[in-house]
Design a protein around this ligand. Structure first.
Ligand SMILES: [Zn+2]
Length: 249
């Protein structure tokens, strides 16, 4: 026997023979159930010991589960917030195994096994960021591209990159633009504005007066959108997306 079943969960059970006189039993959330027994103890005696102690073990496992659950809940409600297209969602955690996150109203339901921190929930959120970014940025690009048709190359390579310091970059000679994954946290108008901004660089490579009047002729409220893109609340929710660069066009 190397595990103990309780509430549909398997707890690791380690039995070690030692130079001890009595049977010693220990339970902890990180190491499971540890029992040390004398070298000459028979299997039958060990089994009857476990039977005797079963109720005690179960009571302790319940206590451990309660502590872990309350710790999880504390993290869940107050701090964990996710932004998608300018809308704020509260992260709510479930222990029910789910491959994808579910959005229900203002909440986003994420799988998080007890005592495991936010590794898995963050993985699910990253999946949303990547999927949504590819879809929304591709669509936004198709919508705004005709506006810049007269001054942009016919085929432009478009990449999405995990850049925090820049929303976009335009490589005029290579006919290529890079856009940031993190745009997906902001309203769709902000995404359209950044794409227009990068496309305008094909006409004016720097941020001069002519550049800004071209941007303004296409997106009159660009200053307001620029301000939205600085929202510190949204910035503080960014996840690390290193290594997720992708070409969409
Ligand atoms: Zn620029």
């Amino acid at each position: 026997m190397n595990s103990f079943k309780h509430n549909n969960k398997d707890y690791p059970l380690t039995i070690t023979r030692k130079r001890v006189k009595n049977i010693n039993l220990r339970i902890s959330s990180s190491k499971g159930i540890n029992i040390s027994i004398p070298f000459n103890l028979t299997e039958a005696r060990l089994e009857s010991f476990l039977k005797e102690k079963e109720l005690w073990i179960r009571t302790h496992l319940d206590k451990i589960e309660q502590v872990l659950a309350s710790r999880d809940n504390n993290i869940a409600v107050s701090e964990d917030i996710f932004w998608l297209l300018g809308k704020k969602y509260d992260c709510v955690y479930t222990e029910e195994l789910a491959k994808d996150a579910r959005i229900v109203g203002n909440e986003i339901i994420l799988y998080r096994p007890p005592g495991r921190g936010n590794y898995l929930p963050h993985l699910l959120l990253k999946k949303i960021i990547i999927t949504e970014a590819v879809e929304q940025i591709t669509n936004a690009y198709e919508r705004v591209k005709p506006l810049a048709k007269s001054f942009t190359p016919k085929n432009i390579e478009v990449h999405i990159r995990p850049t925090i310091s820049k929303w976009g970059t335009c490589y005029t000679k290579k006919a290529k633009i890079h856009l940031s994954y993190y745009l997906i946290h902001f309203p769709i108008e902000c995404i359209e504005y950044i794409i227009i901004h990068e496309l305008c660089h094909f006409k004016y490579p720097n941020h001069g007066k002519q550049f800004h009047s071209l941007v303004e002729s296409l997106i009159p409220n660009w200053k307001e959108l620029n301000l939205k893109l600085r929202d510190p609340q949204i910035h503080s929710s960014f996840l690390d997306l290193k290594g997720f660069g992708i070409r969409i066009k």
